[in-house]
Design a protein around this ligand. Structure first.
Ligand SMILES: Nc1nc2c(ncn2[C@@H]2O[C@H](COP(=O)(O)OP(=O)(O)OP(=O)(O)O)[C@@H](O)[C@H]2O)c(=O)[nH]1
Ligand SMILES: [Mg+2]
Length: 193
């Protein structure tokens, strides 16, 4: 059973004119390309292939909107930092992201998805700074935690906590093992309340 029985795909936006009306509340998921955004969304919603996952990074160049309940939404933003996309694509990405973050009253929170083996990177920091400038709370999922031994994962978590200070809350997560999903859903629901 899904934790969000009303969950459904709403629309994909290639350009700002296709964004959904700026009403209700939504939480956006961002992260490096291939970090595990779509997998995290699938785990939180508890539906396989809800947000499509990809073996090849940098495929999702769209903003995907999903309904969780009523006018509460989840937004899967395109991954950043994938070197092999063209300059034109990078420009498209930047413009789309800027348009989204520039004026989105319904943005109630930001989930930054980070591969635990890479930890919080420059692009992640840019997103975190962006969010704090507009007063949007940030939660970091250190995902693929199953790829590290428990101790190593804990060390990464503690180190990242120190670096983030008050800028964001943070936790370990694994889509594969379904670890940390209750904790993450609590934060998500709180942001959307
Ligand atoms: N072991 C493990 N693999 C994971 C986990 N989460 C995601 N993956 C794998 O990582 C790869 C990328 O996952 P996606 O969820 O598609 O990543 P994404 O961030 O949505 O990627 P883009 O949309 O291309 O930016 C896939 O092969 C997933 O199976 C996890 O928690 N553990
Ligand atoms: Mg994806």
């Amino acid at each position: 059973m899904s934790h969000y029985p009303q969950a459904s795909f709403l629309t994909s936006a290639h350009q700002p004119s296709q964004f959904l009306p700026d009403e209700g509340a939504e939480v956006a998921f961002v992260g490096r390309s291939n970090a595990g955004k779509s997998s995290a969304i699938n785990t939180l919603v508890n539906q396989r292939n809800f947000a499509r996952t990809s073996k090849s990074p940098g495929r999702t160049q769209l903003i995907n909107f999903f309904r969780l309940w009523d006018d509460r939404r989840l937004v899967d933003l395109p991954g950043y930092g994938y070197a092999r996309v063209s300059r034109a694509m990078q420009k498209h990405w930047r413009e789309l992201m800027e348009a989204y973050f520039e004026d989105r009253q319904s943005l109630a929170g930001l989930f930054v998805i980070v591969d635990v083996r890479r930890s919080v990177g420059d692009f992640d920091w840019q997103m975190i700074d962006w969010a704090s400038q507009i007063g949007v709370p940030v939660h970091v999922l250190l995902t693929k935690a199953d790829k590290l031994k428990r101790g190593a994962a804990q060390n990464t978590l503690l180190q990242a906590k120190k670096e983030l200070k008050d800028a964001a809350t943070i936790q370990l997560f694994s889509a594969l093992k379904r670890d940390g999903d209750d904790e993450a859903r609590k934060v998500l629901d709180e942001m959307l309340k």
